[in-house]
Design a protein around this ligand. Structure first.
Ligand code: TTP
Ligand code: MG
Length: 409
């Protein structure tokens, strides 16, 4: 059962807050010359990596998160392509979360750029929810320059759908009595927690809209999708919180890998790839609110021989830099420099959820710790010129990425 019970309770008020085009917006704030332009943050064009996110200007070209960067480049060859600067995004995220936390003791950060706020009963202190939401938007804008979208609803699930409904710079309220109508307006793919495979199975049974989903008996859904997914969808379609925190996939490992268009031999290129893969895998760990101590590196050579090597740390992995450092260490143990590399992958194994009821808070603590550690690393790096040189060579100069030879352009 969801934390707020199965019925939609008229008296509960939840905010879901989500920053707009987060990484890309930070780049536009830090570099005013990128404002109003298509900015794509992610892997280097020409590599086999993916788009992390892009500005709304770039979305007009059809670019989306997780799309291969080569496809993005084809859609928008004149875009500004930038590498992920995780440390900077975490710093900005922290500044935003600090503001949000002031509004409620039941604050729950669920990823780098989004949080739930239980605002039930705060009206006397802060005024009507919509006014409070406007104030939050204004304060975040003043402090960081960022815009965000807020959904307000009687449960977390609806609040999440509502923040997405009016993006960017949105504010959307779903009242208890309008909940079912609101969900009916959405496309099936917009229901949070409904993945591609589920959509495809539904489509095969001609269940293509929320209305049709609602009209499908639960027993049919169970037959099609199994009990857990059926229960989830049955509730979601009616605006009842299906228990979002149990829906995230229960994988025991999180990984990311890249096959290269051109086999890699050059160490600086290899390090650059490891750096990109590290930030992707760390992002996934954060997004799923999971933690892990074990880093696994996979190397596949051009002759297809493949090896994996792993290291377990004594503590939870706390930053993308740490993943990168460990991956590099593992790499140097196993690298056969005579053979070109076709694929590199990094996995975080034995992932688990922080235990206890206050997951959000724990996550927050981890997040603070991570932030401090990232800061310390940077300070150390500034002292150690060798490390500085290594890092500098990994960074692309903004806007100067060259397309790979397989990219038309
Ligand atoms: P999102 O909130 O999903 O996306 P967004 O903030 O860029 O855009 P929107 O306005 O639609 O909210 O994710 C937050 C950040 O997480 C995003 O800026 C980059 C990162 N991210 C990835 O690295 N890979 C991904 O596949 C996704 C979806 C996000
Ligand atoms: Mg966002």
């Amino acid at each position: 059962m969801s934390p707020e019970g199965e019925i939609i309770n008229n008296n509960r008020v939840f905010f879901h807050v989500d920053l707009d085009a987060f990484y890309a917006s930070v780049e536009q704030i830090d570099h005013p010359e990128y404002r109003g332009k298509p900015v794509i943050v992610g892997a280097k064009p020409g590599s086999r990596g993916v788009v992390s996110t892009c500005s709304y200007e770039a979305r007009k070209f059809g670019i989306k998160s997780a799309m291969p960067i080569s496809k993005a480049y084809r859609l928008c060859p004149n875009g500004i392509y930038l590498p992920v600067r995780m440390k900077r995004y975490m710093e900005v995220s922290q500044a935003v979360m600090d503001i949000l936390r002031e509004y409620t003791p039941t604050f729950q950060q669920i990823s780098i750029d989004e949080a739930f706020l239980d605002m039930t009963g705060t009206e006397r202190l802060f005024g009507p929810p919509a006014e409070t939401a406007k104030e939050i938007k204004q304060r975040v804008k003043e402090k960081t320059g960022l815009t965000l979208s807020i959904g307000i609803a009687p449960n977390r699930y609806l609040a999440k759908l509502a923040s997405d409904y009016d993006k960017p710079d949105g504010l959307y309220i779903v009242r208890a009595e309008e909940a079912e109508k609101f969900v009916e307006k959405l496309e099936l793919k917009d229901l949070w927690g409904v993945g591609k495979k589920t959509l495809e199975k539904l489509r095969q049974s001609n269940i293509t809209t929320v209305k049709k989903l609602k009209a499908t008996p639960k027993s049919t859904l169970v037959r099609l999708l199994g009990r857990a997914a059926a229960e989830y969808l049955y509730k979601a379609a009616r605006g009842i919180d299906p228990g979002i925190h149990q829906t995230e996939n229960k994988t025991h490992s999180i990984s990311s890998e890249a096959t290269f268009q051109r086999d890699l031999k050059d160490l600086s290129e290899i390090y650059r790839a490891l750096f990109e893969i590290s930030s992707q895998v760390m992002y996934r760990l954060l997004r799923e609110n999971k933690r892990s101590k074990t880093v696994v590196l996979k190397i596949r050579y051009s002759d297809f021989t493949t090896l994996t090597v792993q290291k377990s740390l004594k503590h939870w992995v706390t930053s993308s830099d740490e993943v990168y450092k460990t991956a590099k260490e593992l790499f140097s143990l196993k690298w056969n420099s005579t053979k070109p590399i076709r694929l590199l992958g990094i996995g975080l194994h034995n992932v688990e959820s922080p235990t206890g009821i206050a997951q959000g808070e724990l996550f927050q603590n981890d997040f603070n710790k991570m932030h401090k550690i990232e800061e310390t690393i940077v300070k150390l790096k500034n002292k150690d010129s060798n490390i500085k040189i290594t890092r500098a060579s990994l960074l692309t100069k903004p806007g100067t990425s060259k397309p790979g030879r397989d990219n038309p352009g």
